[in-house]
Ligand binder design. Structure first.
Ligand SMILES: [Zn+2]
Length: 439
């Protein structure tokens, strides 16, 4: 069935940032067919679904370039504890089960869709179960099984995780909406030998790699002392950056790294919420963009960024970067909305497919309610999106032309029954939390 949305304020996020202040968009179950000003709107056929946007913002769905869908159970846990990764996250992940990861992912995808996110890049365990959830829920997803040099909840060592990753890639490679990726955990948790095996798998299966890189101060010190180079220069030396590469965080990217990232066309997932809550720092994003590096936004996992919506990330990008670089003119709101949409598509190598409203692209479209109190008046719709709007303002969400959120409610899923079931799956996990708290 075709969908025609009329009377919308269309922010296309195309190369010339075209805006149609009274616009229409027509798409089928798959691709965008036509868009423009209402004066050029075609007559609707009887079989079309016609929706009057009544001045709401119509724009491409948000693209979340770094997330951990299985980590909803960790949200609000030990947020203020230093080295929470080793004190809480790694020990608790031993209690992760396939059922818990899947139910967490189901909940997380609900949260993403309700917040207008239409594409997510994930790194976690039990990724096969998570892929089945993303398939069922209708979101577009890049999914990577975590490979790390320690025993995990679903692999006794990195070699077993590599076997899992290989089978996972073969199973999901031909899926239209799901793209398998390979997810080595981080430069300081995966050995060189394992990284070389990952490179081979990536080459052999033509699969992108995503990884936490230059995120920790101790990671930088280790690479400087051990190899006399940055983690990025090290990854390039072993040839891993020659593969399509999605680099998460990059807080400590050095000046010398930037040309390397540009040359290798590495995309950077900027996770400002997670990076600043953990007091790690603010990544040199203006310098990366000036150096021609693709940058998108990531929420990181629900335990690190806490919410999975890009409205929060966009506002944090504005506030932290303007303050960090002491420049009010830095990052006009339009540029931040760009990072959250087409910028993210560039990071994932999907700019020809999604990330902007253009005829021929996938119909990943959202409608933002412009009637809430903080959204009046609207001199600059990008400013309203960055500084005033929130996930509760997302009225409708379509992925691949299929409507998944209608009037702020999920169409195919019930958030509260999913939450109840997730809570039921968390019994053992909660006991393990208590044991750590009491230790
Ligand atoms: Zn992460």
């Amino acid at each position: 069935m075709k969908t025609l949305i009329t009377n919308g304020l269309l922010l296309t996020m195309n190369d010339s940032f075209d805006v149609f202040d009274k616009g229409f968009i027509l798409f089928d179950e798959g691709r965008i067919e036509q868009l423009g000003q209402m004066a050029d709107c075609p007559d609707a056929a009887a079989s079309w679904q016609v929706l009057d946007a009544d001045g709401d913002i119509i724009m491409p769905g948000f693209i979340n370039t770094h997330c951990h869908l299985g980590m909803i159970p960790f949200r609000s846990l030990a947020d203020d504890v230093p080295d929470r990764l080793r004190k809480y996250l790694f020990p608790l992940e031993q209690h992760m089960t396939a059922a818990l990861a899947a139910q967490s992912a189901r909940y997380a995808v609900c949260e993403l869709l309700l917040a207008g996110t239409t594409t997510v890049c994930d790194m976690y365990y039990f990724e096969d179960e998570i892929a089945a959830v993303c398939d069922e829920m209708g979101i577009r997803a890049f999914l990577g099984e975590t490979i790390i040099d320690m025993p995990t909840c679903d692999a006794k060592d990195a070699d077993e995780a590599l076997v899992y990753a290989d089978a996972f890639i073969q199973k999901w490679q031909a899926h239209g909406r799901i793209t398998p990726v390979i997810a080595p955990h981080a430069t300081n948790t995966v050995k060189k030998d394992t990284l070389l095996k990952i490179k081979q798998l990536s080459q052999r299966s033509n699969t992108p790699v995503t990884m936490h890189v230059s995120e920790m101060d101790y990671e930088m010190a280790y690479f400087s002392e051990t190899y006399g180079q940055t983690p990025i220069a090290f990854l390039d030396d072993i040839g891993l950056l020659e593969q399509p590469f999605i680099l998460a965080h990059g807080i400590f990217i050095q000046e010398s790294d930037i040309s390397l990232l540009q040359k290798r066309q590495v995309g950077v997932a900027h996770c400002i919420g997670a990076n600043t809550k953990s007091a790690k720092g603010v990544a040199p994003i203006p310098q990366l963009l000036a150096g021609g590096v693709a940058v998108g936004l990531g929420t990181d996992g629900p335990s690190s960024g806490n919410t999975l919506d890009h409205f929060t990330q966009m506002k944090l990008v504005a506030n932290f970067h303007k303050t960090r670089w002491q420049d009010r003119a830095l990052f006009p709101a339009r540029d931040i909305v760009r990072l959250a949409t087409i910028g993210g598509a560039e990071v994932l190598g999907m700019a020809a497919v999604t990330g902007s409203l253009e005829a021929g692209k996938k119909a990943d479209v959202i409608q933002i309610d412009t009637k809430s109190a903080a959204m009046f008046p609207m001199f600059d719709p990008y400013s309203v999106l960055v500084y005033s709007a929130g996930p509760h303002d997302v009225r409708n969400t379509w992925v691949d032309g299929r409507q998944l959120v209608r009037d702020k409610q999920l169409i195919k899923a019930d958030l509260f029954s999913i939450r109840k079931k997730l809570d039921g799956e968390m019994t053992e996990f909660k006991l393990a939390v208590e044991r750590i708290n009491n230790a």
